[in-house]
Design a protein around this ligand. Structure first.
Ligand code: K7E
Ligand code: CUA
Length: 671
């Protein structure tokens, strides 16, 4: 490629970047970075304090809307991805207080996740990739379980983009119960999304590769590389993904991005956006267009429209091929059976979001200033009418004009869309950076004063927003009220903490109609880059305060056969195998002496016999990398070989009582 060609590719991006930076610079000023005053009065008249701190009346109003005094419980709970921390964050709203970091793909010492306790090691072991431990993840999209399209507060799922894994978290105890590794894909992106009754969890792919971890040269990209979408069957009774009832669909090697399940009128269908329909394979070092240019040449990519109800029938009828021992509907079967259609979508889109009633699919092209809304009804009519063009793989393409309902110009770099209860939709604008409010038409037309299919207002955010999340925003009845802008850049929002900055969540008030959409609060996220979040009404969550019975196994969510009641503590030896049955209660472990021999194999069971709310004990065994968190009622088990001799003091690692420091014991390992 010569320099002129390269310029042709690069120029639009450079322009976009410059525009982006200009705007950042502009709103950095407008956003008003204020130095903290030297000294702030802590007593006196409220107006004096506000004036001394440089607070405007709008700031005071925002404070009153978000300030949550001690003991007041938040109205909403946000489940946010923890990005490449591999964890899940639980945040109260509107206070924006971090309530919990849930260990998912990465060991999390403070909750004993991955430091010996069997119920945690077994789950992390399920996440092995090709037999190897992979003890981190890149979590992107949490999905709360739904009943009839409403969040039900029972489960939350999240994907690991890096390794194509899905985790299942039980909201009775907020612990991860299962990790499944996708056998046909190295990595993923379009997960997790659930069907309206959580019978299925959707995991879309991203960077195409030969399915099933095979090798093929990039020269053979078009014939050997493939995209995919996997449908995981979820069983509420057991609380587990049913691996052997799950299946995938082979797709062209376009980069499938994000999916969403249809709901109400579009229930039974699944939609995914894609980019790189150019099938660029990069190689800038060899004079090829770089990926970001090569994958952005066409004006249109393809929204994938999947007749999912029919796909289930086809899979159940065995019209699948095994790839890495996993059933996959071949692309040709998907075409022949009418499971897969495309609709052109402008231009390098990112995500597809289904309106609350299921009537519309909303897509934004990153390089197009519009949101494009497709009508499900029109899609059905176009499929009915037939007579399609096809892509190179023979997949029917519905004509753009036949299926588009409306295009609304919202601004630069539109990404993701959320919905309110009042016919308003919200789209993040990465480049401006702002959140746009615009109106849906059709059945939503009379819900507000603003004309249908029009931009209403924008709120600038700081900075470079990715996803946005609205209260109950993915349900059939969104709440409105609050929206969180998940910003990628923080720049000047916080005290500099060095070159690696936190991401910035910004709470926005969307409870007022029209052009009023004020920013309320900033929350720095100090771990990982959160991609997406879902927000549930807090009263839908009813987790246990303590485990239901003394001797509970959180892995099976049932009584543990190794539960130990007070008075039953003992050490049993059978040859070199030593079994320890221990209890923990404020403020002692029983037994307090454990005497074993070097070379023994030790299996240790500890039951926290407490019934008091929050009476957690930790158990740490230095020298053996053991750290366990034992919640009230829980029985935790771990095993190790006593390889090092010596004297090891085990102690409680949760400050649980005035005599917590005395909650200790000695393990003596005789050489
Ligand atoms: Cu970062 Cu949904 Cu993975 Cu957009 S994704 S921003
Ligand atoms: Cu138990 Cu500290």
């Amino acid at each position: 490629m010569n320099l002129r060609d390269l310029k042709k590719y690069i120029l639009p991006f450079t322009l976009m970047a410059i525009i982006g930076f200009l705007i950042i610079a502009a709103c950095g000023g407008a956003g008003g970075t204020t130095e903290a005053p030297e000294s702030v009065p802590v007593s006196g008249d409220i107006n004096e304090i506000a004036a001394a701190r440089g607070l405007t009346p709008a700031d005071v109003e925002a404070a009153v809307k978000t300030y949550t005094p001690t003991g007041m419980i938040d109205e909403y709970v946000m489940f946010s991805s923890g990005g490449h921390s591999g964890q899940l964050l639980v945040i109260g709203m509107p206070s924006m207080r971090l309530l919990k970091v849930v260990g998912v793909f990465t060991p999390e010492p403070w909750q004993g996740w991955g430091y010996g306790a069997k119920t945690t090691m077994e789950v992390l072991d399920e996440g092995k990739v090709d037999g190897e431990d992979v003890l981190w993840g890149d979590t992107h999209h949490p999905a709360l379980s739904e009943t009839e399209g409403e969040y039900d507060g029972e489960w939350v799922f999240i994907n690991d983009k890096a390794n194509a894994r899905i985790a299942v978290i039980d909201l009775r105890d907020f612990e991860t119960k299962q990790i499944v590794k996708n056998p046909i894909a190295v990595n993923d992106h379009g997960g997790t999304m659930v069907t309206p009754d959580t019978e299925w969890i959707i995991e879309g792919g991203q960077y195409a590769a030969p399915l099933g971890w095979e090798y093929a040269s990039l020269e053979d990209y078009e014939s050997e590389y493939r995209g995919m979408v996997t449908f995981w069957k979820f069983d509420r009774e057991s609380g587990r993904i049913q691996y052997d009832q799950s299946f995938a669909m082979e797709l062209p090697p376009y980069w499938q991005d994000l999916c969403d399940a249809g709901k109400l009128v579009s229930d039974g269908w699944v939609f995914c956006n894609s980019f790189n329909t150019e099938m660029a394979t990069g190689g800038v070092e060899s004079g090829n267009p770089p990926f970001e240019a090569g994958a952005s040449q066409r004006d249109m990519d393809y929204m994938h429209i999947i007749n999912f109800d029919k796909a289930i029938e086809v899979a159940n009828a065995g019209q699948t091929e095994m790839v890495a021992d996993f059933p996959v509907i071949p692309m040709q079967t998907a075409i022949d059976e009418g499971l897969l259609y495309f609709a052109p979508e402008p231009k390098s889109p990112h995500g597809v979001d289904i309106s609350p009633g299921g009537e519309y699919m909303v897509v934004s092209g990153k390089l197009d200033p519009h949101v494009t809304t497709y009508s499900f009804e029109k899609v059905q009519a176009a499929i009915e009418a037939g007579g399609f063009e096809t892509d190179d793989y023979g997949i029917p393409i519905l004509a753009f004009d036949d299926v588009v309902e409306s295009q609304v110009e919202v601004g630069l770099g539109p990404l993701h869309t959320q919905f309110g209860p009042d016919g308003y939709a919200y789209t993040s604008l990465f480049l401006e950076p702002a959140v746009a409010r615009w109106t849906l038409g059709g059945p939503y037309e009379d819900l507000n004063e603003d004309p249908p299919w029009s931009l209403v207002t924008k709120t600038f955010v700081h900075y470079n927003v990715g996803h946005i999340a609205a209260a109950e925003g993915d349900t059939v009845s969104p709440d409105g009220k609050y929206l969180v802008s998940l910003n990628k850049w923080a720049i000047d929002r916080f005290k500099n903490v060095g070159p690696l900055l936190p991401q910035n969540f910004q709470l926005i008030d969307i409870g007022q109609p029209g052009t009023t959409m004020p920013l309320l609060y900033d929350m720095p996220i100090g771990i990982g880059e959160p991609h997406y979040a879902q927000i549930i009404k807090a009263d839908k969550l009813e987790p246990w305060e303590v485990y239901p019975e003394i001797g509970w196994n959180p892995g099976t969510q049932s009584p543990d056969p190794n539960a130990t009641m007070t008075g039953e503590e003992r050490i049993e030896r059978d040859g070199n195998n030593v079994d320890i049955y221990m209890t923990a209660v404020r403020s002692h472990f029983t037994p307090e002496h454990v005497e074993i021999k070097q070379g023994d194999h030790v299996t240790w069971h500890i039951t926290n016999v407490e019934r008091a709310y929050d009476a957690t004990h930790g158990f740490s065994l230095p020298g053996y990398n053991i750290n366990v968190s034992i919640e009230p009622g829980e029985t935790a088990s771990f095993e190790f070989d006593a390889t090092h001799d010596g004297v090891f003091s085990y102690y409680c690692s949760e400050f649980c009582s005035a005599l917590h420091l005395e909650m200790v014991g000695y393990m003596l390992v005789e050489p």
